[in-house]
Design a protein around this ligand. Structure first.
Ligand SMILES: C[S@@+](CC[C@H](N)C(=O)[O-])C[C@H]1O[C@@H](n2cnc3c(N)ncnc32)[C@H](O)[C@@H]1O
Length: 251
């Protein structure tokens, strides 16, 4: 995967994206509402799954990155929380059992660039849904003006800078271009400090899924889009919404 380097430094990832907030509250409440077995695809270091498991739910987390999974396992063990961590590719997977609540969050789904891969992922999800189960995922809603800003210039993302106990203040710059044919934003992320200009230099390539194509991909995957929200408080989706928060069932 092109984004492997980005996810090979999970401690930096967790400092840059500390987690918490309304997304965790939302998925925790959804897991409580559905009950039963929970599966997260692209679980990373467990920002959502560890809190859900700490509520007493039976959880499986699948991720492609052995480094992210190792950090997830370390954090869960430290907190005395039991989660089954599985290394695998969400494009096509077979865990040999079904779940009552499956979710993909924080744009993890957008690491799949080809429409065929997105459909294949949805088909795999469908095979893992128990009767009456729900599948929920969130992806950003592409903003044409923001995509147009991806002109290759290196820009500092002030809101992502963080303090690393070992390195001090770490700043984050991103240079991105938008490939309109592939619908993929191709970025290079630069993490740097005053004494080290190259703490981490890593590519990150993220697909855009536009509002009209999203239900079609879902239905090709054998699923049905039941609801689409535009934010974590349940506001109905609109063209200006930042988020496409999708609730699906088996078709
Ligand atoms: C943005 S992180 C999100 C992590 C976590 N869901 C969270 O909310 O913090 C995306 C994760 O997706 C994983 N990933 C990317 N492509 C994947 C694939 N094809 N199959 C499984 N995991 C994948 C990455 O390794 C990374 O851990």
């Amino acid at each position: 995967m092109v984004d492997e380097a980005f996810y090979s430094h999970p401690r930096l990832y967790d400092l840059m994206f500390p987690g918490g907030g309304p997304a965790v509250d939302f998925y925790r409440a959804e897991a409580a509402r559905t009950g039963g077995q929970v599966l997260e695809l692209g679980c990373g270091t467990g920002h959502k799954l560890i809190p859900i498991a700490s509520d007493g739910r039976s959880c499986v987390g699948l991720d492609l990155s052995s480094e992210m999974l190792a950090e997830a396992r370390r954090k869960a063990d430290e907190r005395g929380v039991v989660v089954e961590w599985e290394q695998g590719d969400m494009t096509a997977f077979d865990l040999g059992r079904t779940f009552d609540f499956v979710f993909i969050t924080a744009n993890s789904l957008l690491h799949l660039h080809e429409s065929d891969d997105l459909v294949s992922c949805f088909r795999s999800v469908r095979r893992h849904l128990a009767p009456g189960a729900r599948f929920v995922f969130d992806v950003f809603n592409p903003s044409v003006s923001l995509l147009a800003e991806a002109d290759g210039s290196r820009r500092t993302r002030e809101s992502l800078s963080f303090t690393d106990p070992d390195r001090g203040r770490v700043r984050v710059d991103v240079a991105e271009t938008y490939d309109a044919l592939a619908q993929v934003t191709r970025g290079t992320w630069h993490l740097w400090t005053d004494s080290d200009p190259d703490v981490l230099v890593a590519p990150l390539e993220i697909r855009s899924i536009f509002p009209q194509e999203l239900p079609l991909l879902i239905s090709l995957g054998g699923l049905r889009l039941v609801e689409r929200f535009g934010d974590w408080s349940g506001t109905p989706f609109s063209g200006e919404a930042a988020l496409q928060l999708c609730v699906c069932e088996s078709a």
